[in-house]
Design a protein around this ligand. Sequence first.
Ligand SMILES: Cc1ncc(COP(=O)(O)O)c(C=O)c1O
Length: 374
Amino acid sequence: MKVEFYKHNLEEDDKKECLSVLNSLFLTTGETVKTFENKLAGYLGAKYAIGVTSCTDALFLCLKCLNVGAGDEIITTPLSFIATANSVEYCGARPVFVDVEKETGNINVNLIEAAITSKTKAILVVHLYGQMCDMKAIKKIADKHNLKIIEDCAHCIEGERDGIKPGQLSDFACFSFYATKNITCGEGGAIVCNNEEYYSWLMKARLHGMSKNAADRYNKMYQHYDMEFLGYKSNMNNISAALLVHQIDRVEELLAKKEIVSKKYDAGFKNNNKLKTPQVLNNSKHARHLYTIWVDKEKRDDIMHSLQELHIGVAVNFRVIHLMKYYREKYGFKEGDFEQAEKIGAATITLPFYPKLLDEEIEYVISSVNKFVS
Ligand SMILES: Cc1ncc(COP(=O)(O)O)c(C=O)c1O
């Protein structure tokens, strides 16, 4: 048997929508992007959504929107994909890492205040694996110290905590539609916000700082554009948006299927005291992006390789950011700096996890994991 690490959920209606864009004249940012943005904003109960090319770009644009630059510090987590911290580096600012909770892997809110200095501009949180951080507590700290909040929601479109959704307590929420995400167009991203000034800046910043985009020029009498400031090239196109518009309608249905897979894994690993899984909190609606197990770190790589030999797709989410060569060399980070994040980063294995997983594939993964993690 072969169990792929990931299978996307594109259906016939997604392909048809995409084909209708391909059969039209207008391939770049236009009506289909707008439709997708409206649907995403509607799903999240937000005022504005802005389609961009990746979550990395989304994070970068939000930091630029806050005028983050040299000399500024951004508090974030070392247990994430490198994109989170890299977006801060692109601005010339410094990522200040704060260790994570050992139960969930999310940023430890109790440690944030000690990391705040006069240079801190914002807190950049990551809802790891799809479970939200404690946004109420983070908002309290941010308000007390006059800081902005950016949410890296690459794993979390569907999540909620204490009834709060992504984007509701922060200045910006950034999403990814990369190939393995819960909904995908191969590569893509979006920003959600509720502030009109931010929205209007971001809409221009995603396309060179231009006052009018190609759709404005195309659909009406030709209008000259001005360049109001030095923007970037991060606009989502209609082809990508077409793949997303119907997936967003199915997001809850897909989540319900992943919830079932997750329960089957939980039951299959319940009696294995050699592995742990991240805790799912009672006040949390988990977006179920990744299913990870935490094993003995000395055996992690061997276990992964054994699973691969049985044709089971696996990954590591994530080896900690501060111990990557670039960050070690630039900032002098060393092992032991962020103990909980390092423990999880060294012990974690991500298992195949998607709605299309068949019962026999789930059983095969469970029995193989239990065989090697013993
Ligand atoms: C937590 C996190 N943040 C950001 C990103 C970057 O997303 P993108 O590939 O859309 O730039 C990822 C991608 O895997 C991620 O997992």
